[in-house]
Write a new protein. Structure first.
Length: 78
């Protein structure tokens, strides 16, 4: 899952972001909704490792207090 997140974020580049639902749909096309939390959790792990930034409305968000939709953005140092 982490590899897919990084691949999709890399394809978008550091100036654009990816929705977790895009990752879930790519990995689990028939039942993607039930895997959304897994994707979000994997994205948060990548965030803590310094590979991506989790944003809401274009701004970095406190990953310990996420409420609502998020986007995943590749860090330019990855």
């Amino acid at each position: 899952m982490a590899q897919t997140i990084l691949l999709m974020a890399t394809e978008r580049g550091p100036c654009k972001s990816t929705c977790p639902s895009e990752v879930a749909r790519a990995l689990f096309p028939h039942d993607w909704r039930k895997h959304m939390q897994e994707v979000r959790d994997a994205a948060v792990e990548l965030h803590h490792a310094g590979h991506v930034t989790i944003t809401q409305k274009g701004r970095p968000v406190d990953t310990g207090n996420i409420k609502g939709p998020i986007r995943i953005k590749l860090n330019s140092i990855t």
